[in-house]
Every structure is written in structure tokens, then in C-alpha cells.
Design a protein around this ligand. Structure first.
Ligand code: SF4
Length: 215
């Protein structure tokens, strides 16, 4: 299970997420999920320079030894509304250095080919973190993620400007084989590599909002 929590500082958290619930509510939800046996729990923290990067180590300290995995994510130009610029990005190597200074870290092999987060474990054996470096070290060449929006469109990239309408096919009575054939042909033809092409120019292009398709 994955939970979004960009800071343990309540003011920072609410300013970044524009939500009307507190850090304590999120932490209570994480505890309830753990009690219900939903493991592993991954906690995603998007790190934005000058906004929440001063809380990176606090987040590590809080979840170290809990069995949960904090995943630090470089700030990206998802959608068209977050006013992204490269100056707002804290490179993954700097995040690792910050945490490692307080709690020494060692690299760990990926769990599977194409895993998006690079894994690091605490040298004292009290758990691990992940770092997702899609800005400074894009991993499009090994990307295997397709996403379907709530409206039934298939997106082959988190930064796509459009998707393939599967809902209409379903409503018209398409068979499983017909759906499979369309999905296969879309996936086979894809050449997405947005993160390799990202620049200040591409940041302003129209892209699907993450809230449509999930992370
Ligand atoms: S930018 Fe698109 S192709 Fe590249 S890793 Fe992200 S989702 Fe995959």
C-alpha cells in the first residue's frame, strides 16, 4: 500500500497538498493499515527545494525501524498546474547524502527489473528507504507502467497528453480478445520517454493530470 505524506510538519504538509486533514490523520491511517495487515506500506514524499526539503531527515527518523518504507521522489512537472522548474528539484543524490549524514545508508539491489525506486538500507539494519530519481536519472528505458484513468482511457506514460478510449469499446460489447489486441497494439507502438526529454520547454506542454490516472 502506498500513502502520500510530503512532510511531518503539519503546516508544510497542508500547504503542499491543499487538503483539509492533518499529518496526525495520515499517521493514524498508516497505523490502521498496518494493524489490518496491509504490508509493506510505502510512504511517498515528493521533495521540493525550499518547501519541504528541510523535513527530509525528520521523515527518515520517524519511520526508521517501523517496517514502513519512505520513498523520496524528485519533484516533477506532473500535469500542467504545479509551475515546475528545474530549480525546485532536489537531486536524489543530495537526498541520500542528507539522510546518510544522520543515518548511514548502504545501496541494496532492486527487488525486480525495472523497479522505479533505488533502494537504500540503514547500515544499522533498521529498515530501508527508496529514492525515485525520474528527473536527474530517468528510467524510461525500463518503464513498464500502463495506467487507466477513471474514465477508462489507457495512458502509456505519466506525462502523456492523451490516452486510448477503452470505455467506449467495453460499452460497445468488445470481447476480452478484442480489448487485449488493442492494448497490445498500443503498448507495442509506444515510444514514451518523457523524462529523458524533460526541459523547461516541455514543462509547459499539456499533460494528463496525475489525479486522473494515479501515480
Ligand atoms: S516518463 Fe513516461 S516512459 Fe518515462 S518512466 Fe515516466 S511514465 Fe515511463
Amino acid at each position: 500500500m502506498t500513502v502520500s505524506l510530503d512532510s511531518l510538519n503539519n503546516d508544510v504538509f497542508m500547504a503542499m497538498n491543499d487538503v483539509a486533514f492533518s499529518v496526525d490523520d495520515v499517521l493514524a491511517g498508516i497505523d490502521a493499515a498496518a494493524t489490518a495487515g496491509l504490508a509493506p506500506i510505502k510512504i511517498n514524499m515528493v521533495v521540493q527545494k525550499g518547501v519541504n526539503d528541510h523535513t527530509v531527515v525528520d521523515m527518515a527518523r520517524h519511520f526508521k525501524g517501523s517496517g514502513h518504507i519512505v520513498r523520496y521522489i524528485e519533484y516533477m512537472d506532473v500535469g500542467t498546474t504545479n509551475q515546475w522548474c528545474m530549480d525546485d528539484v532536489v537531486p536524489g543524490k543530495d537526498i541520500i547524502a542528507m539522510i546518510s549524514e544522520a543515518f548511514p545508508l548502504e545501496p541494496v539491489d532492486p527487488n525486480y527489473p525495472g523497479e522505479v525506486a533505488t533502494r537504500w538500507q540503514y547500515a544499522d539494519g533498521t529498515g530501508e528507504i527508496g529514492v525515485i530519481t525520474s528527473v536527474t536519472q530517468p528510467f524510461c528505458a525500463t518503464c513498464t507502467r500502463a495506467r487507466i484513468s477513471a474514465e477508462g482511457s489507457l495512458y502509456t506514460c505519466l506525462f502523456a497528453s492523451g490516452g486510448t478510449d477503452l470505455r467506449s469499446m467495453l460499452r460497445a460489447g468488445a470481447s476480452d480478445d478484442e480489448l487485449s489486441a488493442v492494448i497490445r497494439s498500443v503498448w507495442t507502438a509506444r515510444d514514451d520517454r518523457y523524462s529523458q526529454l524533460r526541459s523547461s520547454r516541455t514543462a509547459g506542454l499539456r499533460k494528463v493530470e496525475m489525479s486522473y490516472i494515479g501515480g
